[in-house]
Design a protein around this ligand. Structure first.
Ligand SMILES: N[C@@H](CCC(=O)N[C@@H](CS)C(=O)NCC(=O)O)C(=O)O
Length: 211
């Protein structure tokens, strides 16, 4: 499999964690999201993902998957061990809720393309953009903090899709200097997850394209 990735992309980070947890070998193709006007917009990559975003996963069959949650659930289905979703329907819904709070409610407001639109098209100043970023992370993290009970992972004794989404978002929050003192449970989950090689090896700073 070939993963189109960018070291700082939190959506690609989710897929790297899942591939590592499953022990599935993959080749990485770095797509630099800011150099040369963004390599995601170049025709070669546009042909792979018409949405011009990473991650994209090219399977050995040549099929291409996009959207990190769809990719992670696909990997979970083709390689069931270790499971990334609980067997119980209620527990599964709770895991998906945390994952979607990150992937649907926090990340889309804060990813590069949204921030660039605020700056380049709407002409907002950098301090306003930083305030926007902090606001949506803090709002989302407040709700997640209230919902999780680290044991030691976000939804219990096993790593789930919730951790796979949460840890990359915490990385992003740290990079943008969001204060995390109000979120001790989230930080505890981060500490537990980063002890696992699958998470550690997926960290942005451990990628071949890291800067
Ligand atoms: N919902 C998508 C989000 C993908 C996404 O927005 N990726 C960002 C990087 S984290 C990207 O490629 N942005 C391209 C750009 O900003 O132009 C997923 O989960 O895969």
């Amino acid at each position: 499999m070939k993963l189109y990735t960018y070291f700082r992309s939190s959506a690609a980070y989710r897929v790297r964690i899942a591939l590592n947890l499953k022990g599935l070998p993959y080749e990485m193709v770095a797509i630099h999201l800011t150099k040369e006007g963004g390599q995601q917009h170049q025709p070669d990559f546009h042909a792979i993902n018409p949405q011009d975003r990473v991650p994209a996963l090219k399977l050995s069959s040549g099929e291409v998957l996009t959207q990190s949650l769809a990719i992670v659930e696909y990997l979970d289905e083709i390689e069931p061990e270790p499971p990334l979703l609980p067997a119980d329907a209620l527990a599964r819904a709770k895991v998906r809720a945390v994952a979607q709070m990150v992937a649907c409610d926090i990340h889309p407001l804060n990813n590069l393309i949204a921030l660039q639109y605020l700056k380049r098209t709407l002409k907002h100043e950098q301090p306003d953009i930083d305030a926007w970023y902090h606001h949506w992370v803090i709002e989302g993290f407040k709700a997640i903090e209230a919902m999780i009970k680290p044991a030691p992972y976000a939804c219990g004794a096993h790593v789930t899709l919730a951790d796979i989404c949460l840890i990359p978002q915490v990385f992003n929050a740290r990079r943008l200097k969001v204060p995390l003192e109000a979120f001790p449970k989230i930080v505890a989950v981060e500490t537990a997850c980063l002890k696992l090689p699958a998470f550690d090896e997926a960290r942005p700073e451990n990628q071949p394209d890291a800067e």
